[in-house]
Design a protein around this ligand. Structure first.
Ligand code: FMN
Length: 437
């Protein structure tokens, strides 16, 4: 079981119940659980959506879309049933936060799902866990079964006339099914490839019905927002970026782990104070601030606040808040190769710019890494990655291209130095020039 870390700078909201046995319903209720749901049933859907809007909560899955606004897009009247879908696919390298929520506080996900259902008029919620999280399925299933035993799920919940059912489901280990429309395809039992948008899920989603899809951390935040009130939650963060965030810090730091810190927390402080700095007195080289798809920051660019807007201004993204720290010993060339290998492997292959783009990037990067690289390769790879941007059915193509562009832009000197340090075999060099790749 992953160890929990802790630091005095943390503001524990979502992680408040971790390590206290709250996966069991009695403990969850003892620690205040399901009171938020009762309050929401009393207050009604409009009040709930307003609280969510006031909270400034933005989606924790990566894109940072305002949650209250997303919920308000769901049509009030619908001939088809509406659904809530919780995205627990968590497969972006560097991201390791949702599994702790499922492990330590699965009822917060169930309660958040029910509140979302109440807000949009859905009677069914699905909790989708990544295929590799098999060990969490038992915990989730037990939590759901306990809710049915206590009458917290099912018909006439708390005697109020509110009905809601929730189910869990696992994927089969594909990063692509974390993309919301591919997730719906997968849940419907089809191959997990994305749908063309529009229509957006809020209007035509799962089984053709209006659907709200939110990340597990987003959903788990909901009961806490209701408990403390949207305005108080908003104040914890920065302007337009309400609340706290689970930051997963990994790589070359002394104390890796998942820390809950206010939105906007300074990245430098996070690395040097919260995560204890770089081991063995080594120097910091770079940071990937929000999961593998986010453009890299050089060591001199990390004095910046970690919220969606400040990260955007810094030329990168907050993404899924998976902070990967690289010290001076890490080769950016090798890191770039690993990154593109992941995306090439995970591309679903449905659209050509992503399938071919990731494949050519991987092939060229592999040859480059093996010592047969040329400066023209660096230009070609950057050009190729730039031409993938915005040209794929879903953002996986962007997710692969953006970090690659970042590596070439920020560390071109290291790629050039790599060519000098690893002179290619003359016959291979001639072949490279002949095929022009
Ligand atoms: C290739 C790809 C993989 C994704 N993987 C995840 C994931 O594992 N978990 C997640 O919550 N969102 C993931 N997303 C984002 C979802 O499409 C969607 O934006 C998110 O679930 C919406 O929830 P939120 O508004 O609460 O962030 C992924 C997107 C793409 C393009």
């Amino acid at each position: 079981m992953p160890e929990l870390v802790s630091h005095p700078e943390e503001v524990k909201v979502i992680s408040r119940r971790w390590g206290q046995g709250a996966a069991d319903i009695d403990k969850y209720i003892e620690l205040g659980g399901y009171a938020a749901l009762r309050k929401c049933i009393e207050q009604g859907p409009e009040w709930v959506i307003n609280e969510m809007k006031t909270s400034g909560l933005r989606g924790r899955g990566g894109a940072g879309f305002p949650t209250g606004m997303k919920w308000s897009f769901v049509p009030k009247q619908s001939e088809k049933p509406k659904y809530v879908l919780v995205n627990g696919d968590e497969s972006e390298p560097g991201t390791c936060k949702d599994h702790l929520i499922f492990l330590h506080d699965p009822h917060s996900v169930i309660e958040g799902t029910m509140i979302a259902g109440l807000a949009i008029g859905a009677k069914v919620g699905f909790i989708y866990l990544r295929g590799e999280y098999r060990y969490l399925i038992e915990i989730m299933e037990r939590a759901l079964a306990q809710c049915y035993e206590r009458g917290i799920l099912g018909k006439n919940i708390f005697g109020t006339g509110f009905d809601f059912d929730a189910l869990s489901h696992t994927g089969a280990g594909a990063y692509e099914v974390g993309e919301e429309s591919a997730l719906m395809e997968s849940l419907e039992g089809k191959r997990g490839v994305p749908r063309i948008k529009p229509p957006f899920p809020a209007v035509v989603g799962l089984y053709g019905g209006p659907t709200v899809i939110n990340n597990a951390e987003t959903i788990a935040s909901v009961p806490f927002i209701i408990e403390m009130g949207g305005a108080a939650y908003a104040k914890l963060g920065t302007e337009r970026n309400g609340g706290t965030r689970l930051f997963g810090i990994s790589g070359k730091v002394n104390r890796p782990g998942v820390y809950e810190l206010p939105m906007g927390y300074n990245l430098k402080k996070m690395i040097y104070e919260v995560a204890g700095g770089i081991p063995n007195g080594k120097a910091l080289k770079a940071v990937v601030p929000g999961g593998a798809s986010c453009p890299i920051l050089r060591a001199d660019e990390i004095d910046v606040g970690m919220d969606f807007d400040q990260m955007g201004k810094a030329g990168t993204m907050l993404g899924s808040a998976g902070v990967v720290v690289l010290d001076e010993t890490v080769s950016i060339v090798e890191f770039a190769l690993r990154t593109i290998k992941f995306y090439q492997h995970e591309s679903c292959g449905w659209c050509i710019p992503c399938r071919e783009g990731t494949d050519w990037l991987k092939k060229t990067m592999t040859r480059f890494y093996e010592g047969y690289g040329t400066t023209k390769d660096i230009d070609n790879m950057r050009y190729l990655a730039e031409n993938m941007l915005g040209r794929t059915f879903c953002p996986l193509g962007d997710a692969a291209a953006m970090p690659m562009i970042g590596f070439f832009k920020k560390f071109r000197d290291e790629f050039e130095e790599y060519i000098r340090a690893n002179p290619s075999a003359p016959e291979s060099q001639a072949l490279v020039e002949l095929v022009g790749a």
